[in-house]
Design a protein around this ligand. Structure first.
Ligand code: FDA
Length: 397
């Protein structure tokens, strides 16, 4: 005997819980299914345990997609202010960190608890841990074979997220289901991820591991081009920190990224102006603008470490300054889905309705959250997409 519901949501992460709660509170009989032992692990570990749950500036310009206008409708129907109202109703205290990024004062667990409470308010039935096998469709709706029995529903919301962090339950379920229903996919790639270099290329920089500084970074090509001013972190294998995570979403293999290590200073101008009669050693001069370890590294690399600034040929100073203000590097790759915060690409939104998130060719089948080809910048934008797309589908499913 199959159990009957109006709506099944597969994936009880950010987008799935939001969609289930909203549909349930509209009076729909909802079942929420997840295969993981622990609920919403990605929310729990997000934002260093404090969940950067939205960004006040969230708008279409903060998202990458092959169909860039798709996200506009959902983002305007459920805004950062709407989510703030929700968390304030639940008494969750929050603060703004920087650039509109909002975090919990206490713990990301509070966001999970409030979503569970919203699901309870909508009478949502839980099935977890529960594996979903075959999904079939007929005129009446969808039939799901699960490890806890067969479930029949009129609407199916797929909220299984992307491929990042497989060890806490990420799967390709949503992408396989899209293929089963002949929906197109935009190729997947790890995004918001540290970038790596060939061991031999990186050997001279490995000693800088741990150095961090604010930089300007740019990269990408064509319509997918990004420019950010954020912190950079040197690691043993390459580069990380918010600046690199941001640009990684725009980067394609083989392309260079450009770093300005002293974004407030035209170093050629500053060094040439300081040079006449200057007995200061090069690394000490550079340390006015760069962290000391970096200044020492670049002075050594130029072959003039320990020499007075006044001794340096203008041309050498200019070349050094040019490398520091516009350092071009070609990463060999990224740390991959093991370390990526998100998966870019996914279900092609051209096949979905922008108001409801429903597949145009498959009435009753909805996709929400990261499984779709909508990828936010670092800084709370991905959760805002989960809330907004989850809300839109929850209102329609
Ligand atoms: P999510 O991945 O949250 O949920 C998918 C759910 O589906 C999971 O519960 C999973 O178990 C379940 N599932 C998968 N396959 C299944 C299957 N076959 N059967 C049943 N269930 C299945 N974003 C942000 O805005 N601010 C932040 O601070 C952070 N911080 C952050 C830190 C780290 C370390 C990571 C990895 C990611 C972030 N993010 C973030 C990104 C953010 O976590 C992500 O974009 C959202 O969680 C996506 O929400 P979804 O609900 O779409 O997927």
């Amino acid at each position: 005997m199959a159990e009957q519901f109006d709506v099944a949501v597969i994936g009880a992460g950010a987008a799935g819980m939001m969609a289930a709660a909203v549909a349930g509170q509209r009076g729909r009989r909802v079942v929420l299914i997840d295969h993981a032992e622990h609920l919403a692990e990605k929310i729990r570990i997000s934002g260093g345990g404090r969940c950067n749950f939205t960004n006040l500036q969230a708008g279409p310009a903060n998202y990458l997609s092959d169909n860039p206008h798709f996200c506009r409708s959902a983002l305007s129907r459920y805004t950062p202010r709407d989510f703030l109202d929700l968390i304030e109703r639940h008494g969750v205290r929050w603060h703004e960190k920087h650039k509109g990024q909002l975090f919990c004062d206490d713990s990301a667990q509070q966001i999970i608890d409030l979503l569970v409470a919203e699901c309870a308010a909508g009478g949502v039935a839980w099935r977890r841990p529960c594996r979903v096998g075959e999904v079939a469709r007929d005129e009446a709706g969808f039939s799901l074979e699960t490890s806890l029995g067969r479930i029949e529903v009129a609407s199916l919301v797929v909220a299984t997220g992307g491929l990042s962090i497989p060890k806490i339950g990420a799967t390709d379920f949503g992408f396989r289901l899209a293929k089963q229903f002949d929906l197109p996919l935009v190729p997947l790639r790890a995004a918001l991820v540290p970038l790596t270099f060939a061991a031999a290329d990186w050997a001279p920089f490995a000693e800088l591991s741990g150095v961090s500084l604010e930089v300007e970074v740019s990269g990408g090509s064509g319509k997918r081009r990004g420019h950010f001013r954020e912190d950079l972190l040197f690691t043993h294998r390459g580069l990380s920190g918010p600046a690199i995570l941001q640009i990684s979403s725009f980067w394609s293999p083989g392309e260079a990224i450009t770093l300005n290590l002293a974004p407030d200073t035209d170093l050629a101008e500053a060094l040439l102006a300081a040079k006449p009669g200057n007995k200061q050693q090069l690394q000490n001069a550079l340390a006015q603008w760069l962290p000391r370890r970096l200044a020492e590294h670049w002075a050594a690399a130029s072959g003039y470490a320990g020499r007075p600034l006044a001794d340096m040929p203008d041309r050498t100073l200019r070349e050094l300054a040019q490398r520091l203000n516009a350092w071009q590097l070609v990463p060999a790759g990224s740390e991959g889905y093991r370390k990526a915060e998100v998966t870019a690409g996914g279900v092609d939104t051209r096949a979905l309705d922008q108001k409801t998130m429903m597949a145009k060719a498959v009435p009753g089948l909805f996709f929400v959250g990261e499984v779709m080809d909508v990828t936010g910048w670092l800084g709370g934008y991905n959760f805002q997409w989960a809330w907004a797309s989850g809300y839109s589908a929850g209102m329609a499913a």
